[in-house]
Design a protein around this ligand. Sequence first.
Ligand code: ZN
Length: 507
Amino acid sequence: MSKLLEEFKEYLNRMKQYDHVCTLLYWDMKTAAPKLGQAAHVEAMTHFSSENFALATSEKMGEMLDGLSAQEEFEQLSDTWKFIVKNMKKDFDRDRRIPPELYKTFVQAQAESGNAWEEAKEASDFSLFAPHLQKMIDLTREMTSYTDPDKEIYDALLDQYEEGMDSATIDRLFEELKKELIPFVKAILARERSENRGQSENKAFSRYFDPDAQRKVQDMLLSYIGFRRDAGSVGETEHPFTLNFSSRDVRVTNHYYEHDPLSAIFSAIHEGGHGIFEQNVNPEYDNTRAGSCRYMGLHESQSRFYENILGRNKNFWLPIYDQLCSLLPQFKEIPLEDFYREINHVKNSLIRVNADEVTYCFHIILRYEMEKAILRDHVPVMELPALWNQKMEEYLQITPANDAEGILQDMHWSDGSFGYFPSYLLGSIYDGMFLDTLRQELGDVDALLKEGRIREITQWLNQKIHWYGSTRRPGEVISAVCGREISAEPLIRYFKEKYGEIYGISF
Ligand code: ZN
């Protein structure tokens, strides 16, 4: 190892310690610290992350990256270190273009905007949030003009969350989905009306379910799908998420609702999918730019593969439904067939996070089109709620009664995460493609699930996708695993096969 590389690794190790503390503080803040303790945590986190940021953007760092990028040094590096150096240099050059004052203003505005969003949502009053949203839009424009001066703004933002993705590709994919799914969902809803199933709730799922028992169900599900407990633990938060220190320490969280057991069940499987991804990245990449998958669409493809493709398949439940019933005895009165219908009930609903997997697509397409309207077409902020409602009517034939269940429902825009939403649907589109390849390589997925061999599927995902961490960009993963260009066709075919059967409709 060259002297310079050795020095660089030591430097990264120092940065890692700050990062570790910040992650731990964040975890504690979300899972344990009381309300009055939050401020001190924020202060400590700001301290340690500033120290880390100073190291990451220092002259010293610049010199080392330049040195390692010089041809003679670079050629001696292993492929992994070539990847790390090349990408860290790219990030470094990009971050250094941001004026420090602007960065500070942005972070400050994020915090204020987040608070304003919470208040506005609580009061269901968009006008309280509007000036903050305007500020986040303006600051995002300004930031992007420094980070990506040569790129169109929305494409630059998409690329930040899903490297290599652009709006031309997403337009093609989402148009394909719209063309097929709009008539498809209409046919399903017409069938429901004719069967008089309607949109009513199934009361069996809204009785009281003991949160302690729900925690046990989460444990059972996590170990069933292959989330390792020697390298992973579980916490409780308002909104479920996954966080990782390294591949050896991955944390997932959940939220248990006393009158909605399905929420925690599917969050457990979803976050478990994120967690399994992180646990199975090549440990050699731990704490480097190569580890921990940083592509949101690809990450979401794994959580959604477990949650939807596997978890909403009837065969997933066959080997474990008895266990579920013994942990939550109320389920004993619910035949598996009813459970299956309930978890795949297609209905037009207002809230994205509660949507079924088919109409979920429209929730994302709507947000994607809104983001283009905001950033490309400069639609004034005060016109956005009406535009939102108009699109809800167009795609889902329902209109929110107020802003809280309309444009204010998600927090993403409050912290300036424009370009994030498409990741969710890209994840499902990738899933359609992964499912095709999985079937070719491992055979009938229904049969594997029915026989309780889900771990074989997990192993396949580990080897094909997880192991590579961030070293393969999403487009590269798709072509390596599926050998074809990205397309929404497999996802549409999956929907038609599955829901055609459930609703007795042929397409
Ligand atoms: Zn997720």
